[in-house]
Design a protein. Sequence first.
Length: 505
Amino acid sequence: MPTFAAVDIGANSVRLKIARLVRRRLHRLHEDRQVTRLGASVFRTGLLSPDAMAQTVEALERFRKATLARGADQVRVVATSALRDARNAQAFLDWVRAATGWTVEVITGLEEGRLIHLGLLTLGRLRARRVLMVDLGGGSCELTLSEKGHIRHMFSLPLGAVRLTGEFLGHDPPKKKELERLREYVGEEVGRVVRRIAAGRPQRVVATSGTAAALAARARRLRRTASGTVSRAVTQKLARQLAKLALEERAALAGIGPRRAEIIIAGAAVFAELMERCNLPALRYSPLGLRDGVLAQMAADYDRSTRLGRQVESERRDALLAVARRYDVDLKYALHVRRLAAELFAALRPLHGLPPDYQEWLLAAAMLQEVGSYLNRSGRHRHAYYLIANSEIFGYTPRQRRIIASIARYVGNSRPAAADKIMKKLAPEDRRFVLRAVVLLRLARALNQGRRATVTGLRARLEGGRVLLKLKTRRGAELELWALSKERNYFREVFGRDLAAVGER
């Protein structure tokens, strides 16, 4: 029964959730949260303030003690908009590493939205056929259109409550002109995505975050809605009312409190404008968030045979196909190379000894190895590395994208060397594994040299110092056998064995 811990470092607050996986279900053990306003100065000056960093590190040290006390087997720490924007983010990341031993992963807005979607989906909160998810954080607002549990569109807008408060609201209560500028800016940003949201025809709107919780709490006080549901009319009324109150008055309202009161006007304005412009009749608050998605991802990676594991695999497959189509990859060719790579991985497992995860990274590289040709045939393998490593591919971390990109990089004339900048970016263990995965992908490419899927399957036999591949072919495979023979020297260099192949009808 593994125990997982998820830490979410947001622009407004830092959160911890610890859960244990029991019978393929996550059971909550502990939660903690502290408002540190890490992003407040970032959105004004571009820098994290020393005080906010110190408060956040202090909270993280407390979180670390909680993970140790509850025996967490794995801790994943993610950071969002404040760390994405701050020029001195690395100083903070180093501070966290020194104080806790944790490596913080700064995720993109779209990855943030994907993880929140995964968390909601895991707990069965996306039952409607078409759902719009809204996560309004301190620095950004993530919008996700989901259909039958699959992400169709995602948008990340710079509409966080902390960001907007610092940018537009200089007085308390805010002046009329400040509110007008705020609404105009929010309307302009929301206007970028109105048509695509309308085209998605969402049947339900699910909102996460503290602002949504506060609006839901105030709506219940008005006794005009069911628990957790807030109509468009009520949202607009609350936005107007809150904008007229001073900080002390807002803080005294049940469901808001002193820290939320500081940023609730901007947050309410975003929801009011979004619901008006997108013609959304109501939203329903969910207490789930990014930390739940991170936990769900860890559980899926732990056991791929579960429904959750299959969901993550489906998301990754959809993401790979989307990138391949974007860069005009020959999918028929790529899918066959992928199939051959999978067979080679299985047949040569006793020889290569790669961890199970490397099968997925290898197959992803097989799918995307030709994306560089979209930019230029000359130097296409270098281009492929850049595109894969820097593209938004849902479900893959930066480390995983670098591994996939490195495998795809060396399928041409060049071969990985220890002095390469690309290889130096990998962890020492990954460098060793990538070398072996590169060989498997080069063999798979060779076996589809003619791009006609001539080789339909294979078997492998280890004979002392030699590996014999028996290839099932539908016609003569002379070109493929020739291409395979060109890989013999490199195969021997990496695995210390000779390579031979015969075709079988």
